[in-house]
Design a binder for this molecule. Structure first.
Ligand code: E4P
Length: 223
């Protein structure tokens, strides 16, 4: 399963990229607005790190506008995936962009039927928003399971990108359901790394190590 960061913050992306656990980045207009920076500059800097998949969203709502923006964004760097919203215009634009070889991430997906349509027009990723469904009193993870099953039934190549993740259990359940990718806020990705028993265990090992007789010639870093 691939793990993406859902952010437009360079420091956050750099931190996870340097650890080596990051497979991609998703941005959206709200995340970009938080940074107060020029969109293209942010995208180019993320791509320059070597991140292989960077989703950038169009803001046009009509097909022609989406095509224009999508082609422009895709031309900025080979790692860019164009995000189109799940609307009639978004589906029509995705069909054209996909035929041109531009990889599309269909976003704002809230039903399995929408995901079926995204696959039919050739989207590379489909992004079901599980946290927002949960917030709305629905079962976001059931949607992931339904989409995975439908795509398997018909051998669609579209990858399921679990989005709007709120906590580590969402990541675990998305992985169990067979999602190809999960995109996580920075705080959630941090929580995947840490466990209090790891910290307690490490502290105990280091304390016990102090009791071990040491060779005068070998420092710990030479071990
Ligand atoms: C996905 O690509 C979106 O950016 C995202 O996951 C939205 O999540 P939110 O519901 O936390 O805004």
């Amino acid at each position: 399963m691939k793990l993406f960061l859902d952010t437009a913050n360079l420091a956050e992306i750099r931190t996870m990229w340097e650890i080596g656990i990051l497979d991609g980045v998703t941005t959206n207009p709200s995340l970009v607005a938080k940074e107060g920076r020029v969109f293209e500059d942010v995208l180019k800097e993320i791509c320059a790190l070597g991140v292989p998949s960077v989703s950038a969203e169009v803001v046009a709502t009509e097909k022609e506008g989406m095509l224009k923006e999508g082609r422009y964004l895709a031309a900025l760097h080979p790692s860019i995936y164009v995000k189109c919203p799940m609307t009639s215009a978004g589906l029509a634009a995705t069909k054209v962009l996909a035929a041109e070889g531009i990889r599309v991430n269909m976003t704002l997906v809230f039903s399995a039927n929408q995901a079926l349509l995204a696959a039919k027009v050739g989207a590379t990723y489909v992004s079901p928003f599980i946290g927002r469904l949960d917030d709305h009193g629905e079962d976001g993870m059931a949607l992931i399971r339904d989409i995975v099953q439908i795509y398997r039934n018909y051998h669609f190549a579209t990858q399921v990108l679990a989005a709007s993740i709120r906590h580590p259990v969402h990541v675990l359940d998305a992985a169990k359901a067979g999602a190809d990718i999960a995109t996580l806020p920075y705080g959630v990705m941090e929580k995947l790394v840490t466990h209090p028993l790891t910290d307690i265990g490490l502290a105990r090992f280091l304390k016990d190590w102090e009791k071990v007789p040491k060779s005068v010639r070998v420092s710990p870093s030479d071990r």
